[in-house]
Design a protein around this ligand. Structure first.
Ligand code: CP
Length: 301
């Protein structure tokens, strides 16, 4: 049993994970010292890597250290052989972030270690999506009819892809905002609106980081020009609806997609999202481990 994209979960499964994450705020789970986890990050990360490790430790699991820079992958070992090695030495769960989209397709049917996708290139980011859903759910109690604008570097963002499809399945109205050059031809059905309209209509303004590592930002805009035309400026924030919130998966380019002072303003849920990341990832791990144990039980009987 793996957790690779949100498309693989039913609506009931999504709510199950959200409710479990909420329950973890009140009830400490029994420790699982019999279980081993490893986090394989081949792209940089602060939030996802650290909060998965925090989640694993809070669940009482053993966490193996793994440094992509010194691992045998740098001697030419494939990702497949790396994961097969970890399976052979007894790893139960591996969280993987990799630059290749759908890297997990070559692994998922061939390893008994459960895989959790920590981000695949411009593909999917299911744990970010789940923690974003939890943050919205806590705020509004549901998703149906909510107006959510996802703004910025849509084309290069795995967060945009995961959140758009999940939010639409849950009944939210999703719009995009941002430069024409960064529209995603695979998501043309989503309407595009100007940021000035987005701030007035949206319950959630979800800003995206400009993905400097995936394209040459400076060729298209100066930071100031981008901020003024497409960003959440101080002036635009004043026009937001009374109870609307600001979200951002972070890391944040302060002063580019969002004004520096707005990152920690009353409407901002940016650090709450990070806090929710731990309980969400604990719930995701428990979900995967429960399914894994069910499968083992079925095989024995
Ligand atoms: N939001 C997110 O994925 O952050 P990191 O790249 O720091 O993990």
């Amino acid at each position: 049993m793996h957790f690779l994209t949100l498309d693989e979960l039913s609506i009931d499964d999504i709510y199950e994970v959200l409710h479990q994450a909420e329950a973890l705020k009140k009830h400490k789970p029994l420790p699982r010292p019999d279980l081993y986890a490893v986090n394989l990050f081949f792209e940089n990360s602060t939030r996802t890597k650290c909060s998965f490790e925090m989640a694993q430790r809070k669940l009482g699991m053993n966490v193996l250290s793994f440094d992509a820079g010194t691992a045998s992958i740098s001697k030419g070992e494939s990702l497949y052989d790396t994961v097969k090695t970890l399976e052979a030495i007894g790893v139960d769960v591996a969280v993987i972030r990799h630059s290749e989209e759908r890297y997990f397709d070559a692994l998922k049917d061939k390893v008994s270690t459960s895989l959790i996708n920590g981000g695949d290139g411009m593909g999917h980011h299911p744990s970010q999506c789940m923690l974003d859903l939890l943050t919205i759910y806590q705020e509004f109690g549901g998703f149906k009819g909510l107006n959510v604008t996802i703004a910025g570097d849509i084309r290069h963002s795995r967060v945009a892809r995961s959140n758009t499809y999940a939010l639409k399945r849950l009944g939210a109205n999703v719009s995009f905002s941002g430069p024409v050059a960064w529209r995603d031809p695979e998501m043309e059905e989503i309407s595009f609106i100007e940021m000035d309209q987005a701030v007035q209509e949206s319950d959630v303004v979800m800003l995206l980081r400009v993905q400097h590592e995936r394209h040459a930002f400076g060729e298209n805009f100066t930071k100031e020009a981008y901020h003024n035309q497409y960003g959440l400026t101080v002036e635009r924030e004043k026009k937001m609806k009374k109870n609307s919130i600001i979200m951002h998966p972070a890391p944040v380019n302060r002063g580019v997609e969002i004004a520096d002072v707005l990152v920690e303003c009353d409407r901002s849920r940016i650090f709450k999202q990070m806090k929710n990341g731990v309980i969400t990832r604990m719930a995701m791990l428990q979900y995967v481990l429960a399914k894994r144990e069910e499968t083992k039980h079925e095989l024995i009987n």
